[in-house]
Design a protein around this ligand. Structure first.
Ligand code: ADE
Length: 243
């Protein structure tokens, strides 16, 4: 997978050189390039923002540096349409389902806005060249798109085949089946005044599976009733319903 990130703070993205994503880059599974938006300005001050038409607080990102930057990452083959992800609190919510969808793409481009956002005409212009997806991490406001890109690249990148060494670890994690994941424990079996649930020491795989499933359902019910409400009833077995 190819990933391009455009930002006025390229240093912010240095964390993508670490850990699993850093290793995937070294191994050639992810080709990730970070571009400084200011390299696409033409004035002495490398200006990327200006005051908003219509008035109001803050500054808006100027369209031309964005068009230049985005043109520079377009593939030579015009039939290929990269997905342009624009992190914004006004976007659709980025979920695990979106991460799976985006992990299938050949080329992702992230446009990190700052200030009050990017001139809307850039998104209109980009529709002709990219599949444009404004995406939000959640219902809160960050200072810019960079932190959101760190989260999204990690969530998407780990789903690219080969990036996570043991693909089985992707199967039973939170959100893979619409539920939160079950609690986990390791040695020692007694720690301070706390014990590991006895069933996990029993060796009875059917009982362990049932215990974990119950814990998933209870945890999701308590912490995220919205997820329970969205669950496909067809995925619930008899024992789930009895709970
Ligand atoms: N930029 C600012 N706030 C954001 C959010 N909640 N999600 C994604 N990008 C953002």
């Amino acid at each position: 997978m190819r990933i391009d990130v455009v930002s006025i703070f390229p240093e912010y993205l240095a964390a993508l050189e670490l850990s699993l994503i850093g290793k995937a880059r070294q191994d050639g599974l992810l080709q990730l390039d970070v571009h400084d938006l200011r390299d696409f300005t033409t004035d002495k001050h490398r200006t990327v923002d200006d005051t908003p038409y219509g008035g109001g607080a803050g500054m808006v990102m100027k369209p031309e540096p964005w068009a230049q930057a985005l043109e520079s990452v377009l593939p030579a083959d015009e039939s290929r349409r990269p997905v342009l992800i624009v992190p914004s609190p006004a976007g659709e919510v980025f979920t695990q389902a979106a991460a799976h969808e985006l992990a299938e793409e050949e080329h992702l481009v992230f446009a990190c806005g700052r200030y009050e956002g990017i001139d809307e005409r850039v998104l209109d212009w980009a529709q002709e060249r990219f599949t444009v997806r404004p995406m939000s991490l959640g219902d809160y406001v960050l200072n810019g798109g960079e932190v959101a890109v760190l989260a999204m690249v990690e969530a998407i990148g780990r789903l690219v085949p080969g990036v996570v060494g043991n693909p089985e670890s992707l199967v039973e994690e939170s959100h893979s089946d619409g539920l939160l994941e079950y609690p986990v424990y390791t040695k020692p079996s007694q720690w301070r005044d706390k014990e590991v649930p006895e069933v996990l020491l029993s060796g009875n795989h059917a009982k362990i599976a049932r215990f974990r499933r119950d814990e998933q359902l209870l945890r999701t019910l308590r912490r995220r009733p919205d997820l329970i409400a969205r669950l496909d009833p067809g995925t619930l077995d008899k024992a789930d319903k009895a709970l």
